[in-house]
Write a protein that binds this ligand. Sequence first.
Ligand SMILES: *Cc1c(COP(=O)(O)O)cnc(C)c1O
Length: 232
Amino acid sequence: MSDDAAMRLEAVTRRIEEARRRAGREDPVRLVAVSKGHGVEAIRALYDLGVRDFGESYVQEWQEKAEELPRDIEWHFIGRLQSNKARFLADQCAYVHSVDRRKLGKVLDQRGEEIQRILLQVSLGEEESKGGVDPSKAGELLRQMEAFSKVQVVGLMGIPPYVEDPEENRVHFAALRRLCEELREDLTGRDDAGAEAFRQLSMGMTNDLEVAVEEGATMVRVGTALFGPRSY
Ligand SMILES: *Cc1c(COP(=O)(O)O)cnc(C)c1O
């Protein structure tokens, strides 16, 4: 079991490193192990191998598992979020990747004691079922978030359509990177510290992580390649 986990982790790490090298990148890429649909034992096996970043998509499932797991795990919430559930995430998640409307920022701002780091989820390739703000509205949403003193927007997240050939998603990843650069530029001058912090690009999954890393992903969200198939 944990031999399997070690082999899978090594394979994913190698995929990321090779893509980084191909792209000539020197900045780090953070591997977020997406553990939705997998139990605490599987999470612990990766934890014991040094992984500290785990991603979950459902609030209740995450809460039940987090209770049984070490406190130094950095949780990344990556699922679609209802505003009445967002309050459970405040201060408990290192990053909330899936903020796509003002209301979610407001709830995180009001319910949290500490600064909550978030990413704005942008819809890619008209994949509306997966949520995300339209790219043309992302700047407006970013400005709205500036009103919330306990919310810090650190970047953008995107989920492109599932495709057989990951090369097809290169255009979407490149578009998300350009949008991130534009928004950072827009922040510069108005909020220099905010611009400095606004650098994260959460994109790339099991099927397309190489292309995402080549296009500038700073966080990849990988489930299947680390844990095997999910039960749902
Ligand atoms: C499930 C999920 C992932 C992981 O997908 P895999 O294909 O299993 O790597 C990544 N991001 C989001 C938003 C997800 O819901």
